[in-house]
Design a protein around this ligand. Structure first.
Ligand SMILES: *[C@@H]1O[C@H](CO)[C@@H](O)[C@H](O)[C@H]1NC(C)=O
Ligand SMILES: *[C@@H]1O[C@H](CO)[C@@H](O)[C@H](O)[C@H]1NC(C)=O
Ligand SMILES: *[C@@H]1O[C@H](CO)[C@@H](O)[C@H](O)[C@H]1NC(C)=O
Ligand SMILES: *[C@@H]1O[C@H](CO)[C@@H](O)[C@H](O)[C@H]1NC(C)=O
Ligand SMILES: *[C@@H]1O[C@H](CO)[C@@H](O)[C@H](O)[C@H]1NC(C)=O
Ligand SMILES: *[C@@H]1O[C@H](CO)[C@@H](O)[C@H](O)[C@H]1NC(C)=O
Ligand SMILES: *[C@@H]1O[C@H](CO)[C@@H](O)[C@H](O)[C@H]1NC(C)=O
Ligand SMILES: *[C@@H]1O[C@H](CO)[C@@H](O)[C@H](O)[C@H]1NC(C)=O
Ligand SMILES: *[C@@H]1O[C@H](CO)[C@@H](O)[C@H](O)[C@H]1NC(C)=O
Ligand SMILES: *[C@@H]1O[C@H](CO)[C@@H](O)[C@H](O)[C@H]1NC(C)=O
Ligand SMILES: *[C@@H]1O[C@H](CO)[C@@H](O)[C@H](O)[C@H]1NC(C)=O
Ligand SMILES: *[C@@H]1O[C@H](CO)[C@@H](O)[C@H](O)[C@H]1NC(C)=O
Length: 780
């Protein structure tokens, strides 16, 4: 789950004018930020839910000067980095990031040695300011291409930089290679529009390729990175609509970046017209409310850990920052608040648009049903019931489509970066209640993981510790071996039995596991039985034949979406379409957010650690030696667990992917590193940007077997067959892809043994046959 730092990407409209009045030359740049925030706040308009007034925008160059003026204490950075490195040891893909297989479309990175370099730099006092430290972290974060790996360390997200325009990449007719346009030219159908050919004096392709090395998208495929730069209504809606509180805006990664990119971008349209788009800055804090007027004060008040008194004040300030945010949440719209979505859903999730994101539609006189799933996120305020409402909306959609006699089902997961894992399983089972949702997963076998797992798996009911751990970790198979099964569906005799370690790629891993859905804890973790279990038995074996369903994704699909999409394909036998990508012919991967199965945040692990330390270490009148020894852990093991309590900085949080999805036949390598093309790729057309039903109609045609709209060379690309994750080169590399941007040359020959023009349904028949003999699965 999760996108980068779930940034508070609210922004007030760019129409705000920034005060340029009477700033004293001597003013501290941070004081100027404070003044500009006050000025801008007074002009915030609340009329549009997209213009959440949480943050106001200020002059970018000045804000950057403020950022550069934030000091750092190198010795404190060392302490924080050492803690963060301990958390990073649980990152399951470290060894493969360092030495990836040929199928991986990004460069290798040795994450731990890059962190060691940072520690060295801090030790020898090389960091001159907080920005230098934060930039090093960002560079590592960017180069891991994994939305499950995020660093919210001091300084990494104090400011963001935002342009007044989005861009889109669209094809004139769906056949011609896409060109990049200003989003508003396309959305408003202006009469004389022209593509952008140059940015800052470079060809737009060279510019964006370089830009992507400096800004975070988390995408493991260059085509998906390209899409992440672009405006996407689904992407926006998935972040904004899934929460019932808090501004949670999201913009394309071209428009908004955490990396300062200069005061403006200058460009040229193909018709010769030149333009300059000026960056503005947003800050995550209201400087006036926080009494900040210098870089030193930012360090003192936002970076340094607060004493409890100051901490309370900090909380108060944060509340004040949020003051206006409920103003536009007063009423819940029933249609997607983006003009490109139809206004006539047949189904919406309760609290749709503020706490719910699912909607369903009937198109083409009921012959096509569309399920729009921009997120699997259950509302955190009320997780259980909003998960139930998600389940109800999907069930209602299926029911109505079956009643209406729908012929084709389009499942649109564009923009879907994940959410509640069990909802991925449940949604799969709503379509295929009889198909076993088994998927394989495993973790990095490290000492900390062993300590956590030994305790969580070994504890018996009847203690405060057990009750507290169960609350947070009910049904967590990665840490509780009583909740999982071996590849051969056998129970583990103990945590140690599961833990291994197995040595692969010069690293240690646990043995692969799958969820044990017969365990009450798992089935009931949602508070209702997953579809097909217990009392939740649909009156059909499959909601629709698999060959009538098609999934549409744009690369952003990750985490729970990756789990869901994989089960739909590899167990359900459902075809897929990837949309968009770098302008060139050929295949595209559609699942590129993260293919990891579980993210763990350091602050959550912290709570587990504290609970364990409070209950299992010895206190004055009690010794836990016997219990520890029964669990197979020592007091030293427990004391060694990472804990952020004593750290000097308030912000030291890291999230890491702790669970890999793996495949039975190729269980050495994580899915994260496989190549897996969609069955067909479509270019976005101008119509699709203005009206998403045009995309859905094109998808329904492909589902019907007509692949004539598919991009040349994109049908049944490498790794697109069932259970055919590719770990060899797909025939091209990242450099080949960028080197051939805007070229129609095919990087790989299309398979000659396929009937590419009209073979989609034929392909599906054989895929379904494979499915029936499937005994394994992926992705958790
Ligand atoms: C500090 O450490 C870094 C990383 O090891 C190294 O590149 C740099 O030269 C060192 N600087 C000094 C002043 O020792
Ligand atoms: C866009 O404008 C053209 C004429 O400039 C018109 O033919 C077309 O129908 C318009 N499309 C939409 C979706 O408004
Ligand atoms: C050139 O293209 C841009 C971008 O679409 C447009 O705003 C501008 O009006 C065009 N200029 C001319 C002279 O047509
Ligand atoms: C892309 O290729 C087309 C056709 O060759 C050309 O007209 C266009 O200028 C190219 N775009 C860029 C940004 O180079
Ligand atoms: C939310 O809105 C209500 C009514 O409009 C108001 O009374 C309340 O103070 C607002 N909450 C916050 C945090 O501003
Ligand atoms: C489509 O289905 C709905 C609900 O099942 C029904 O009310 C409507 O009449 C149908 N429309 C057509 C054109 O069949
Ligand atoms: C739906 O909205 C209502 C009214 O704001 C709120 O009380 C309820 O908690 C929300 N439900 C969920 C699941 O978020
Ligand atoms: C571990 O899993 C078992 C089986 O699901 C469950 O009964 C037990 O409560 C779990 N333990 C904890 C600490 O959550
Ligand atoms: C793997 O585990 C063995 C002990 O089981 C240990 O000696 C070795 O250092 C571990 N390797 C890594 C890379 O952690
Ligand atoms: C699951 O189904 C069983 C019946 O098979 C029922 O007894 C149980 O209450 C259900 N669990 C939940 C949480 O609804
Ligand atoms: C000693 O035991 C009592 C009763 O279990 C408990 O309330 C108290 O906190 C313990 N004292 C210490 C120092 O752990
Ligand atoms: C290709 O299509 C032709 C005509 O539909 C058919 O006879 C042939 O068997 C197909 N070949 C393959 C490999 O599917």
């Amino acid at each position: 789950m999760g996108f980068h730092k779930s940034l508070f990407m609210a922004m007030s409209a760019m129409r705000l004018t920034i005060s340029t009045t009477a700033q004293s030359i001597q003013s501290d740049p941070c004081q100027i930020v404070a003044n500009q925030q006050v000025e801008a706040q007074s002009k915030v308009a609340l009329d549009n839910p997209q213009n959440f007034p949480f943050k106001v925008l200020v002059d970018a160059e000045n804000a950057y000067q403020c950022y550069l003026s934030i000091p750092i204490q190198n010795e404190k950075a060392v302490t924080v980095l050492e803690y963060q490195k301990e958390v990073l040891s649980m990152y399951s893909t470290l060894a493969f990031l360092k030495k990836p297989p040929k199928s991986y479309q990004q460069p290798a990175i040795d994450v731990l040695s890059r962190v060691d370099e940072m520690i060295d730099k801090a030790k020898n006092g090389s960091y001159n300011n907080l920005n230098e430290y934060a930039s090093d972290w960002s560079a590592i974060n960017i180069a891991a291409y994994d939305t499950h790996f995020t660093v919210s360390s001091a300084g990494t997200s104090l400011f963001y930089w935002i342009l007044p325009e989005d861009i889109v990449s669209v094809s004139i007719d769906g056949k011609a290679l896409p060109q990049v346009y200003a989003y508003n030219d396309i959305a408003n159908n202006v009469s004389s529009f022209s593509p952008i050919v140059e940015l800052n004096g470079q060809s737009i392709f060279d510019y964006l390729q370089t830009y992507l090395t400096k800004t975070y998208t988390g995408m493991l495929d260059p085509h998906a990175e390209w899409n992440a730069l672009m405006y996407s209504a689904a992407g926006l809606f998935s972040r904004w609509g899934s929460k019932s509180d808090g501004p949670n805006m999201y913009y394309g990664a071209f428009r908004l970046s955490l990396t300062y990119n200069g005061p403006s971008v200058k460009g040229k349209f193909a018709n010769g017209t030149q333009f300059e788009w000026k960056y503005m800055a947003g800050a995550i804090s209201d400087f006036t409310a926080s009494e900040i007027s210098s870089g030193q004060q930012i360090y003192d008040k936002l970076v340094l850990k607060k004493t409890s008194e100051a901490g309370k004040r900090g909380e108060e300030m944060q509340k004040r920052e949020l003051v206006d945010q409920n103003a536009s949440a007063a009423s819940f719209p029933t249609s997607v608040p983006y003009p490109s979505y139809p206004k006539t859903p047949i189904v919406v999730q309760r609290n749709f648009t503020r706490g719910g994101t699912i909607s369903g539609y009937l198109l083409a006189e009921n012959s096509t049903g569309v399920l729009s799933l921009p997120s699997f996120e259950a509302n955190k305020n009320n997780e259980l019931s909003s998960a139930r409402e998600f389940n109800v909306a999907v069930a209602d959609f299926i029911h109505q489509c079956r009643e209406a006699g729908t012929k084709k089902i389009v499942i649109d997961v564009t923009g879907n970066g994940g959410g509640t894992i069990l909802l991925g399983y449940d949604t799969f089972r709503q379509f295929f209640p009889k198909k076993d949702p088994e998927a394989l997963a495993r973790s990095r076998a490290t000492p900390y993981w062993n300590t956590y797992g030994s305790i969580i798996s070994g504890l018996q009911p009847g203690s405060k510790l057990y009750d507290e751990l169960t609350q947070g970790l009910a049904g967590a198979p990665d840490l509780n071996s009583s909740t999982s099964l071996s590849v051969d569906s056998e129970r583990w005799s103990s945590w140690k039995d599961y833990f291994g370690p197995v040595n692969i790629n010069q690293d240690n891993f646990t043995r692969p596991y799958k969820y044990d859905f017969s365990t009450e804890g798992v089935v009931q973790a949602l508070s209702f039985n997953i579809t097909g279990y217990g009392d939740r038995q649909p009156n059909y074996d499959e909601a629709f034949p698999s060959e009538d369903i098609i999934i549409v994704y744009d690369g952003a699909c990750g985490s729970t979406c990756s789990i869901f999409a994989n089960m739909m394909k590899n167990i359900g036998g459902v075809k897929s379409i990837a949309v968009g990508g770098i302008p060139q012919n050929g295949p595209m991967q559609g699942i590129a957010g993260t293919r990891g199965s579980q993210v763990r945040r350091s602050d959550v692990l912290d709570m587990v650690t504290k609970t364990i330390q409070e209950n299992l270490l010895d206190s004055g009148n009690q010794t836990n030696e016997a219990l520890r020894s029964k669990l197979g852990v020592t007091a030293e093991d427990i004391e060694a667990l990472p804990l952020s309590d004593g750290l000097p900085w308030a912000l030291a949080s890291v999230s890491v992917n702790t669970v890999d999805a793996v495949m039975k036949s190729k269980e050495e390598v994580p899915y994260q590193f496989a190549y897996e093309a969609a069955n067909c790729r479509l270019f976005y057309t101008m119509d699709m940007i203005r009206d998403v039903t045009k995309l859905w109609e094109a998808a329904a045609r492909v589902a019907g077997g007509d692949t004539s709209d598919c991009v040349p060379g994109s049908v049944n690309g490498p790794g697109s067959g069932i259970n055919e994750w590719l770990f060899d080169s797909p025939g091209f590399s990242n450099a080949d892809i960028w080197g051939n941007a805007n070229s129609t040359k095919l990087l790989v020959e299309e398979k000659s043994d396929e009937n590419n023009s009209s073979s989609a349904s034929g392909m599906l028949v054989s895929l379904s046959m494979v499915v029936t003999v499937l005994t394994m699965m992926w992705a958790i």
